[in-house]
Write a protein that binds this ligand. Structure first.
Ligand code: HEM
Length: 300
């Protein structure tokens, strides 16, 4: 056993530390976006879990449904194929991990590597697809809409107003892509470093409405002090981001998180950990007890 190479050692079933290391090694992507796969990993984790509906106990990260057209082809998931492809070498080295665990863990590792907080993560999700648990399309939020829509989507998962604001702070990372969602640009100047800058900019900059060539509306900021030839890429906010600053129940949390990075990190970690657990049932030892997932369904 002492003669095994490091590579084959990495594949011991249950060695999540080895998987974490290999996910971290996938983050550095010179030439891709802002040089990191981190933001798109976080979005993959969120969209894998964010289809959950508390009332019917359907959707959620169990089953890794994005592998199939019904969920993977949802326009809301456009571009996440990139994240799944970046993670394929990790799956190849650790074939025992389920996709459902890999995608959620990738979000947790990416967040940490980009300077974010530790999020509690437990394994045990299954890749069995239970047809009776499949989420219909339309469960993920639509950035063109308002506060009622945000509440409808997030209350459905069991989140409250404070958690909606905390989770939205993920937009400190990454960017909108014209060929994915149709939105354009980053929210902050350093979009691969997790911080509470999103909230500060949301409150402090003068955001101007802008209609894109595809008809979508976003809000835009570029520094008026800079001469034309030194202008940086404009920053953006989605309509749903702006709502956080104007809604009377959301905005006090925006202010708190803008003022207190530690509070934001703590609340984000808690809410994100909760998101990744939606629909996963565990006993006191943390072992998954969803027996309905292993009846019927199919394996990839
Ligand atoms: C990106 C919408 C909540 C994490 C985006 C994009 C849109 C969007 C339109 C651009 C996608 C693209 O073009 O590539 C929304 C709406 C939300 C929401 C309407 C409702 C509140 C969240 C939450 C998280 C999150 C809860 C995570 C906890 C991200 C990340 C990106 C992103 C990290 C950047 C992805 C990249 O750079 O590839 N979001 N989002 N979002 N979202 Fe959200």
């Amino acid at each position: 056993r002492y003669f095994l190479s490091a590579e084959s050692m990495a594949s011991q079933p249950g060695d999540y530390a080895a998987v974490r290391k290999d996910i971290a090694a996938q983050l550095n992507k010179p030439g891709y976006d802002d040089g990191s796969a981190g933001p798109v990993f976080l979005r993959l984790a969120w969209h894998s879990a964010g289809t959950y509906d508390l009332e019917t106990d359907t959707g959620g990260s169990n089953g890794a449904g994005m592998r199939y057209e019904a969920e993977g082809g949802d326009p809301a998931n456009a571009g996440l194929q990139v994240a799944r492809t970046f993670l394929e070498p990790v799956k190849e080295r650790h074939p025992w991990i389920t996709y459902a665990d890999l995608w959620t863990l990738a979000g947790v590792v990416a967040l940490k590597e980009m300077g974010g907080p530790d999020v509690k993560w437990l394994p045990g999700r299954t890749d069995y697809v239970d047809d009776s648990k499949l989420p219909p399309r339309g469960r993920l939020p639509d950035a063109e809409q308002g506060a009622d829509h945000l509440r409808q989507i997030f209350y459905r998962m069991g989140f409250n107003d404070q958690e909606i604001v905390a989770l939205s702070g993920a937009h400190n990372l990454g960017r909108g892509h014209m060929d994915r969602s149709g939105y354009d640009g980053p929210w902050v100047n350093n979009p691969t470093r997790f911080s509470n800058q999103f909230f500060k900019l949301l409150l402090n900059l003068e955001w101007k409405p802008r209609t894109l060539s595809n008809g979508l509306k976003q809000f835009s900021y570029s520094d008026p002090e800079l001469p034309e030839d030194e202008k940086e890429e404009p920053l953006m906010m989605l309509p749903t981001d702006m709502v956080l600053a104007s809604d009377p129940a959301f905005s006090p949390w925006v202010k708190k998180y803008a003022d207190d990075k530690d509070l934001f990190f703590k609340d984000f970690a808690k809410a994100f950990g909760k998101l990744l657990e939606l629909g996963i049932k565990r006993d006191e030892q943390g072992n998954v007890t969803n027996t309905d997932n292993v009846l019927g369904g199919y394996i990839s």
